[in-house]
Every structure is written in C-alpha cells, then in structure tokens.
Design a protein around this ligand. Structure first.
Ligand code: HPA
Ligand code: ZN
Length: 349
C-alpha cells in the first residue's frame, strides 16, 4: 500500500467527511426525517399518532430492532404518491452527495407500501427518478435494491418479486430485512434461488441481533454476496476465517447498532476487531433519520470512539468500493480517486 500521511485526530473528521466513499446499507424509508413525515402527512391528509415533529423525535428511543421497526413502518404510512417517493429519495441523495458519497446502493421495502394499496410501480418510479437526477446533477451513481420483509411469508416474497419484474431494469438485486429473530434466512431459500436465476444480485441482513448460524445460512442457502450487519460473526471463529478468506463484505452500521442496543456504546463496537481479522468491513448509516446520523456522522463518531486512524479510513472507503456491485473498471476508477485524495493530503496543513 502507498504511504498514507499522518493525520492528527483533530484533522481526521474533515478527512473522513471529504473522502470519496460508497454507501451500501441505507433503507430509503429510514431516511424519512420527521419534518418530511409531517409535510407529507399534511399533503396526503394522513393522520399521525404524534402531535408534532418534536414529539415524534422524542419517541425515537428504541429497546431493540422490533421497537424501531414498529415506528419505522408507521412513519412510512405517509408515502402514497410517486412524488412522495421522489421527495424522500431526493432528500437522501442530496445529503449523500454532500457527504461525498459517489455511489449508493439503496434498499427499499416494497411490501410496506403494496400492503397499503400503493403499487410497486408508484414506489420504484419515484425512487428511480430521484436516482436519475442525482446522477445528472452530482455524478452520484445510485442503484436500487428491493428487500423482502422476512416477517412475511415466502408466498408474499414471491408475489413481491412478480410485481417487481416488469421494472427489472430499475433495480440491481434483492435484499432481506425486517425482524430477524425467528425468521432465519432458510425461510427464503427458494425465492433467493429464483432471484439468482434471474441474474439479480442477492444480499441479506444477518447477524444483527440473530446468531452466527443465520450468517452461515445466508451464505450457504441464499448465496448472499454481502452480509448486512453481520457483527455477530465474532462469536464464531471458523465463520470469521471464512468471511476473511472469501472477502465476503459486511455492511456495518455503527450508530444503528448503538440505537438498537446491539452494543452498549460506540467504544464497545466490534468494527475494529472485524477489520483486524481481515474482513471486508464497510461503514453505513442504515436508517439515518432514526439513528442520529448520515454516513459521515457514522465514520466520524466511530473513529473518535475507537481511536481509528487515516489508514483505517482509507481501508474502509476502499472496501466500500470493492464491496459494491459496480463493474470492475468503475470500482478501480473510484479506488484510484480515493488513493489520489489521500496522496493529496499534506502531513501538516
Ligand atoms: N434491520 C432489519 N430491518 C431493517 C433495518 C435493520 O437494521 N432497518 C430497516 N429495516
Ligand atoms: Zn438495515
């Protein structure tokens, strides 16, 4: 590796914010800020259980994944029209561009919307137009990944896939999210096999709250190309060796893990152990409107809490490009740009 200049802890936040990066684990419904929830509720005549933006924000005090999901799905109820989905994604993409995200692979939860009578077409067209605009205005490449809700049935998952296929050209893969415990990856083996036959990329949330066994299932049964979260892998040394040897990326979300009490504090987060073990770890925001920060906030707060340095910053951003689903030449170009950014930093300015 080339020589990375020494960056003082005081300067590091600015370097973290300015370095080019990819974001690979962001649920677009999780970027719905309370202000936009209230604006859309008014526009769409949807009644909300909370009296004000402040009251809603005050309710963002979670015990675990499920207590978050209950509010997250309630918040999404204000999204009805194509324009709403455009506004949602456009707000995120403007923030991502400001965070120097050059590539984003964005999750969305179609079943949350189709269950309320909002067609898949309405959802994906709004999101897609925002992605197109981000590319035109910022040169930010943004790709979409619909997720199956794992608390629903296999049959529901197949129905979602059928509704999605007319828009196959608007998304690059599928994911698996929602309540993890009690809903192992095995439940979706057949639908994932079908997705792979269709040439879709496949990723899955595993090992956020669930055991290492769920990560193994995601790899062996779903053939997941990336594991979303995956932080529970540390409890299984053989699995750790496998993840390192095969360079299976983990899309880790530090602030999410604190807000959902996966770790008690950021200082106790295991991201450094995962990196030191040679895993392809990346840093992401998950649901930034709910967890107190966008991707740069995740980098800055994590680095301060764990005392990480510029070499690790370079490694994490490098990994974010390596772990993306872009073609090899594009990944190399981004990694080259990242190297140039670090080479351009002076030791003492
Ligand atoms: N885990 C599972 N499902 C989700 C999450 C998460 O962190 N965020 C949004 N849906
Ligand atoms: Zn997630």
């Amino acid at each position: 590796m080339f020589k990375i200049p020494h960056i003082t802890p005081r300067r590091l936040p600015s370097v973290l914010r300015r370095m080019p990066k990819a974001e690979l684990h962001i649920h677009i419904e999780g970027s719905l800020e309370p202000e936009l929830i209230f604006r859309l509720a008014e526009r769409n005549q949807v009644k909300l259980p909370h009296a004000s933006v402040e009251a809603l924000r005050a309710a963002y005090d979670f015990q675990d994944l499920q207590s978050f999901l209950d509010l997250y799905y309630a918040g999404a109820s204000v999204l009805l029209h194509e324009q709403d989905f455009f506004d949602l994604a456009w707000a995120y993409l403007q923030k991502a561009a400001a965070d120097n995200v050059v590539h984003a692979e964005i999750f969305f939860d179609p079943q949350t919307h189709t269950a309320r009578g909002v067609p898949f077409e309405t959802v994906i067209k709004g999101l897609h137009h925002a992605c197109q605009r981000a590319h035109q205005e910022f040169g930010l490449s943004a790709k979409l990944i619909p997720c199956f809700l794992r608390h629903l049935s296999e049959e529901d998952a197949f129905a979602m896939l059928e509704a999605a296929m007319p828009f196959r050209h608007h998304f690059i893969g599928v994911g698996l999210d929602s309540s993890e415990l009690g809903h192992p990856p095995a439940k979706f083996e057949r639908v994932f096999a079908h997705c792979r036959e269709l040439g879709l990329h496949v990723v899955a949330h595993a090992g956020e709250e669930g055991p290492p066994e769920y990560i193994r299932e995601a790899l062996d049964l779903l053939k997941a190309e990336r594991i979303d979260h995956g932080v529970q892998a540390v409890h299984d040394p053989a699995l750790m060796r496998r993840l390192a040897e095969q360079r299976v990326p983990l899309t880790v979300c530090p602030l999410s893990n604190i807000k959902l009490r996966v770790f008690p504090t950021l200082a106790r987060h295991n991201l450094k152990s995962l990196l030191d073990a040679g895993l392809c770890v990346t840093v992401n925001s998950d649901d930034p409107a709910y967890f107190g920060g966008y991707v740069n906030d995740n980098y800055v707060e994590l680095f301060a809490a764990l005392g990480l340095d510029a070499r690790q910053a370079y490694q994490l951003a490098f990994n974010s490009f390596e772990a993306s689903f872009a073609d090899a030449a594009t990944k190399r170009a981004w990694q080259h740009g990242l190297k140039a950014f670090f080479e351009g930093l002076r030791e003492h300015d």
